[in-house]
Design a protein around this ligand. Structure first.
Ligand SMILES: *Cc1c(COP(=O)(O)O)cnc(C)c1O
Length: 398
């Protein structure tokens, strides 16, 4: 794997070590336990002196193959997995944070993450400071006051704001804070936070990694010492990835590079097209030169990702007419699948927020989140064209 490239890695990483019976595909091991006739060998495996499996809540071969694949794609020393992306996030935070600790993050994190920051951590007496996303000076100032964790997500959901990872790592190192980056939107194809200096990278594997919207999962990658601590928390608390889900994610990840290249391309083309549509007020995509984070994105990302968002004239009323007209898009809450997916931010990423909270976050009520699929780009644009043409004129004539 050492000198291989991303497409080769997507296909081959984590596969060969887990084959049995001459199978060319990783078997789905459903067994919840692993038996031993030799009591001494059983003991050695149980205390970690010998490789092997004991019980499915701890480890499982199919799950380990998934962990290997994401670990190699992120260029990490170790990886562990979870039942969902939110389990990866909450377990990681719970592993390190104790009452009295301070954590610095941004206002635009994923809705569920934001709920952990606003609802659950404060209950446990953890001091949470949320800075304006993209305001690097503010984050630096808050980090300099001291914190245990600097938690970032870039690009963010749904307005795809960009944070300079290298610069934030530098600030965090001066106070000895751990830097955790949610890399779900970028994927390891477009961005590797660990090579930019971050300590841990988190994924919702449910999205681009799996890519087919048929399996939930999460992962954390980083140095062995940190990942082992997180793994220990997870093996006891039980948010384990199911072997069948691990298999589906593994299979999906074989085409990760192919899919992401196409999604990068489609998202950029759709963003450029939307810029030219009179009914569209604003387009948010880091690949557009006018985007506030474009220069940073160009430095730290190899591609700008499959996610964009746009706001329309006439707000939610227009969205209500527009989205049902699309033939080649699911109207749904997920993202990162082979199919294009659309949804209003107020019912997807930020459904947990009140209208006031969304306004404070700079999320217009008529904002549409657009997850570009791998369809032919001509079809995606023609589909949008016919949907815009069909809008009642009174909605957008201002
Ligand atoms: C979806 C998502 C999550 C949560 O992942 P689940 O698998 O749904 O629990 C976390 N972060 C980001 C950026 C996401 O898009």
């Amino acid at each position: 794997m050492k000198n291989s490239r991303m497409s080769t890695r997507s296909i081959w990483a984590g596969e060969r070590d887990y084959l049995a019976f001459g199978a060319t595909q990783v078997p789905v091991v459903h067994s919840v336990s692993f038996g031993y006739d030799d009591m001494d060998e059983w003991f050695e495996v149980a205390i970690g002196n010998k490789e092997g499996h004991i019980y499915g809540r701890n480890t499982n071969p199919t799950v380990q193959a998934f962990e290997d694949k994401i670990r190699i794609l992120e260029g990490a020393e170790a990886a562990t997995s979870f039942s969902t992306g939110m389990a990866a996030i909450s377990n990681t935070l719970s592993t390190f944070l104790v009452p009295g600790d301070r954590i610095v993050s941004i206002k635009d994190t994923y809705g569920g993450t934001n709920k952990i920051f606003s609802e659950f951590l404060p209950k446990n007496n953890v001091n949470v400071v949320l800075c304006e996303t993209g305001n690097h000076e503010e984050i630096e100032k808050e980090v300099a006051k001291g914190c245990k964790i600097l938690y970032l997500e870039t690009p963010t959901n749904p307005t795809v704001k960009i944070t300079d990872i290298k610069r934030m790592v530098k600030a965090a190192k001066t106070v000895g804070a751990l830097v955790i980056v949610d890399n779900t939107f970028a994927t390891p194809i477009n961005q590797n936070p660990l090579t930019l200096g971050a300590d841990l990278v988190i994924h919702s594997a449910t999205k681009f990694l799996g890519g087919h919207a048929d399996a939930l999962g999460g992962a954390v990658c980083g140095p062995k010492e940190l990942v082992e601590t997180i793994y220990h928390y997870r093996e006891i608390n039980g948010a384990t990835l199911d072997p069948m889900a691990a298999y589906l994610l593994l299979r999906g990840m074989k085409t990760l590079k192919l899919r992401i290249d196409k999604q990068n391309e489609n998202a950029l083309a759709v963003a450029r097209y939307l810029k030219s549509v009179p009914e569209v007020e604003d387009v948010f995509y880091p690949g557009l030169e006018a985007h506030r984070g474009h220069d940073i994105a160009k430095q730290q990302m190899r591609g700008f990702g499959g996610m964009l968002s746009f706001s329309v004239k006439g707000g939610m009323e227009t969205v209500r007419h527009l989205l049902p007209k699309l033939h080649f898009a699911n109207r749904a809450a997920n993202l990162g699948a082979v199919e294009t997916i659309v949804g209003p931010a107020r019912t997807t990423s930020h459904v947990e927020c009140t209208p006031e909270e969304r306004k404070a976050l700079g999320i217009p009520e008529g904002l549409v989140r657009y997850s570009a699929g791998i369809e032919d780009i001509e079809d995606l644009i023609e589909d949008l064209e016919q949907a815009f043409v069909s809008l009642p004129k009174h909605l957008v004539n201002n």
